[in-house]
Design a protein around this ligand. Structure first.
Ligand SMILES: [Cu+2]
Length: 162
């Protein structure tokens, strides 16, 4: 991954943040949504997967920050995307042997005036059956909140191992 690619990606992410901040009245704001290029498909960077078929098990993880600017607790209860068959909320953890594991969660709660961070090694959205996507593409997501209803956002495809 070269530096100019990362710079372009950061610029895209900053623009995305600016767009997001144009809606200050929303009590829930989603920032910095990004995803890795799907694994199990031939999309991606230097890896060459010899399968030319769209693999129904292609998967990726989406990361983001959800701000709850409201006075009441919010709960993320469901996520859908036209680009994925199924989406689960997962939490990664490392077991006593140092093996990375993850388990699904029904929902996550975001207390009032707090943020909830999905990041590598922690919480993520697990997308399975992902359509082919390349770095720089955006992946549309609809996040359903218990109080606020559905919020649309998009995740930029790229590598940002922060
Ligand atoms: Cu997962």
């Amino acid at each position: 991954m070269n530096g100019s690619f990362i710079r372009v990606l950061l610029i895209c992410l900053s623009l995305f943040c600016l767009l997001q901040s144009c809606t200050p009245t929303d009590s829930v704001v989603i920032e910095n949504a990004w995803a890795r290029p799907p694994a199990g498909s031939q999309q991606g960077t230097e890896q060459h997967d010899h399968s030319s078929m769209v693999n129904s098990s292609a998967r990726t993880a989406v990361y983001m920050t959800i701000h709850n600017n409201g006075a009441l607790s919010e709960r993320l209860i469901k996520i859908t995307s036209p680009s994925a068959d199924t989406i689960e909320i997962h939490r990664s953890w490392t077991d006593e042997k140092g093996i990375m594991r993850m388990h699904p969660l029904d929902s996550v709660e975001i207390p009032p005036e707090q943020q909830f961070i999905f990041e590598p090694g922690g919480y993520h959205l697990m997308l399975v059956g992902v359509r082919p996507l390349q770095a720089g593409d955006s992946l549309a997501l609809s996040l359903m909140f218990e109080r606020g209803g559905a919020i649309s956002t998009s995740a930029v495809i790229g590598h940002l191992d922060r």
